[in-house]
Design a protein around this ligand. Structure first.
Ligand code: CMP
Length: 157
């Protein structure tokens, strides 16, 4: 069974011309892109997506940051995709993120950390609904999946 998660390449990723490199990492890992859009995050979208942080001292600066320029919003599909994308993003703060992760390799700031990834399956489902209509998620056969996973026994290994 494959799951879906929401990934947002934040305004610093766009401005620093890193979106191609970051998308490539997810593709090379074997994750499937089933939704993708280049948008300006509105105040409404930002406040909804980050509502669990409302009241924290970094909330308003965070909203200013994510609405300051265009972002790439993506829905990625794969085995244990929430956990995988969280590991690939790395620790929230750039200086603390492990080398080899997106933030560890490209971010230094605690706020300008390039990517947002959903932190649980429940959050992923809610966040996908915030950014994507059901008609914007394109289910299609990933022809390489039988080589990304062992599917020969009816389960995905
Ligand atoms: P993200 O994983 O998208 O989730 C919430 C975001 O708030 C986080 O990435 C950072 O961009 C920002 N953030 C979280 N904690 C702090 C902090 N202590 N100081 C500044 N920004 C923060």
């Amino acid at each position: 069974m494959l799951q879906k998660t929401l990934v947002i390449l934040k305004p610093d990723a766009v401005q620093r011309r890193l979106i191609g490199k970051i998308i490539s990492r997810f593709e090379e890992k074997g994750l499937q892109i089933v939704g993708m859009k280049f948008i300006r995050m509105t105040q409404e979208l930002a406040r909804k997506n980050y509502r669990q942080h409302k009241g924290r001292d970094f909330f308003e600066p965070l909203i200013r940051y994510v609405t300051a320029g265009p972002v790439v919003a993506m829905v990625l599909k794969g085995k244990e995709v929430v956990e995988t994308t969280r590991k690939m993003a790395g620790f929230t703060f750039g200086t603390k993120a492990e080398p080899g992760t997106i933030r560890g390799d490209y971010a230094t700031s605690s706020r300008f950390n390039l990517v947002h990834v959903s932190d649980s399956q429940e959050a992923a489902e809610a966040e996908i609904d915030i950014f994507f209509g059901t008609d914007e998620i394109l289910e299609y056969d990933a022809v390489d999946n039988p080589w990304i996973y062992d599917m020969s026994q009816g389960t995905i290994i």
